[in-house]
Design a protein around this ligand. Structure first.
Ligand SMILES: [Fe+2]
Length: 417
C-alpha cells in the first residue's frame, strides 16, 4: 500500500509533494494473483470539497480559502492525510503531517478519524515507530506556535497510553525521529515556525542555520534528556537507529539545508549518512555512505530500533530523460550494505521509481522482495515491480502492469494478510 497527494479538484496552488488529497494505492497478492485498488482518503476536508464539487480550501502558497462560504463551520486548515500509510494493532491508518490519522478499512474505505480509543482524534505525524520488544507505537506531533513537540505512546493494539511534551529551543518542524530499544532520539534542525514573519508576509517556515541542529536523546518516557549540538542540517527521514554498546547508530538522509525538494544545481544533494552518537560523552561522529542524491530510505521493518545491515534508498541517474523532474523524483534503487560499504543498484532507466517497501521472505534483512511502483513518462503507464532484495541488480522477479496510471507518491507499507 502506498499513499501520496492527488488533488481531487483544480487547486489554487500546487506544490508537489506537499499538498493534495491523500490517495492510497494497494496491490494484494493472493495465490499467485495480484489485485489493484485505489481510494481517496476521505477526510472531513475532502468531504467538504467533494460535496461542493470544487476547491474550497487554500493552497500552501496561497492559504486564502478558495470558497470561504464553503468551509461552513470547518477551519481553514485542510486535512489531507497524504503522506504515509501504516498498519498497527489491526488498524490501517492514512497519515498526514501532524493532523488526525484516518482509519481505513482493509479495502481502503475511510472509516473516520483515529482516536487511539480516546475521546478525540489524535494528531500524529507521518512517521511513527514500533518498539521491537513491547510492540508499542511511538509518534510525535510538533506545534506551529510553541517550542514544544508532543510524543505519543500507544500500546500494541493502538490504544493511547500517554503523551508527554519535549521542550525545544523554538517551534520546529520535525518530520521523523529515531526509536531504539532504550531511547527516543530527536534531531531538531533549524526549520523554525515564525508567526511574526508570516504576519510580515514572509514564509511562516524559516531556515535559521545560525541556530544549528540539536540532537536530543531521552528515555522512552521522556526522562533524562541530553542535548548534543552540531552544525545546521535538516532530516526528513531516518532509515533506522539502534543501540551498539555505549553508542547509538543512526542511518539517515542529511540535507544541508531545508529546501522543499532537491532541484539540483548549486546545492549539495541530500545524502545518506551514518551518525554515531555518544550520549554520555556528548559527542558525535558523522560520515557519508554514498555520494549522490537520495531520499526515502527504508529497511526491513522488522529491524526498526534494532541493528539493521541493509538500507534501500532511491537515487537519480542520467537514464531518466524527464525534463525538469519534480522534486524527489528517482529512477534507481540502491542497496547499501552498511557492514561492507558495498553498494549495488537497480537502474529502472527512463521510469520513475519511488520508495521501496521491503517484503520479508526469510530471516536476513535482504531475504525478501523490494516493491516499488514505476511510472513510464513516455507511455503514461505504471507497474509494480518486485526485486529480489538479495540480488537487486538482476531483472525484477515480477512486473505487474497496473490497470491505470499510479502517479508519483510518498510512503508505503507492506501489510501481511
Ligand atoms: Fe516522510
Amino acid at each position: 500500500m502506498r499513499n501520496g497527494p492527488n488533488p481531487r479538484f483544480e487547486p489554487v496552488s500546487y506544490t508537489y509533494p506537499l499538498e493534495g488529497d491523500g490517495m492510497v494505492h494497494a496491490v494484494w497478492f493472493d495465490n499467485g494473483r495480484a489485485r489493484y485498488r485505489n481510494r481517496f482518503v476521505r477526510t472531513a476536508s475532502f468531504e467538504i470539497e467533494d460535496r461542493a464539487k470544487h476547491t474550497v480550501f487554500g493552497g500552501l502558497m496561497d492559504p486564502t480559502p478558495a470558497d470561504p462560504a464553503g468551509l461552513g463551520s470547518a477551519g481553514p486548515d485542510k486535512q489531507s492525510a497524504f503522506i504515509g500509510v501504516m498498519h498497527h494493532g489491526g488498524h490501517l491508518l492514512a497519515l498526514g503531517e501532524v493532523e488526525p490519522a484516518w482509519e481505513l478499512s482493509p479495502d481502503l474505505e475511510t472509516l473516520g478519524p483515529w482516536t487511539g480509543e480516546t475521546d478525540r482524534p489524535l494528531d500524529l505525524g507521518a512517521h511513527n515507530r514500533v518498539h521491537p520488544v513491547t510492540g508499542d507505537l511511538f509518534g510525535l506531533a510538533y506545534d506551529l506556535a510553541s517550542p514544544t513537540v508532543t510524543i505519543h505512546h500507544l500500546d500494541q493494539t493502538g490504544r493511547w497510553k500517554r503523551s508527554f511534551p519535549v521542550a525545544l529551543a523554538a517551534p520546529s518542524m520535525i518530520h521523523d525521529f529515531i526509536l531504539t530499544e532504550r531511547h527516543l532520539v530527536l534531531m531538531i534542525g533549524p526549520a523554525v515556525f515564525d508567526m511574526a514573519a508570516a504576519a510580515r508576509g514572509e514564509s511562516f517556515l524559516q531556515w535559521r542555520p545560525e541556530l544549528g541542529t540539536r540532537i536530543g536523546v531521552m528515555d522512552l518516557d521522556g526522562g533524562n534528556p541530553r542535548w548534543i549540538e552540531t552544525g545546521a542540517c535538516f532530516v526528513f527521514h531516518f532509515a533506522n537507529g539502534f543501540e551498539r554498546g555505549n553508542e547509538i547508530v543512526i542511518d539517515y538522509v542529511r540535507h544541508q539545508a531545508l529546501r522543499l525538494g532537491y532541484s539540483g544545481g548549486r546545492h549539495a544533494p541530500p545524502r545518506l549518512h551514518r551518525l554515531l552518537l555518544h550520549p554520555a560523552a556528548g559527542t558525535l561522529n558523522d560520515a557519508s555512505l554514498f555520494d549522490g542524491a537520495v531520499e526515502f530510505p527504508r529497511i526491513d521493518d522488522r529491524r526498526v530500533a534494532r541493528p539493521s545491515r541493509h538500507v534501500y534508498v532511491p537515487t537519480l541517474t542520467e537514464s531518466l530523460k524527464l525534463v525538469n523532474p519534480a522534486s524527489a523524483t528517482f529512477n534507481c534503487l540502491l542497496k547499501v550494505d552498511t557492514e561492507t560499504s558495498r553498494i549495488t543498484r537497480h537502474d529502472f532507466g527512463n521510469r520513475v521509481a519511488g520508495e521501496a517497501v521491503f517484503i520479508p521472505g526469510g530471516a536476513a534483512d535482504d531475504t525478501g522482495w523490494l516493491a516499488t511502483f514505476l511510472y513510464d513518462p513516455e507511455t503514461g503507464t505504471s507497474d509494480l515491480a518486485l526485486l529480489d532484495a538479495a540480488r537487486i541488480e538482476e531483472a525484477p522477479v515480477a512486473v505487474i502492469r497496473m490497470p491505470q496510471r499510479v502517479p508519483q507518491g510518498l510512503h508505503g507499507a507492506w501489510v501481511p494478510g
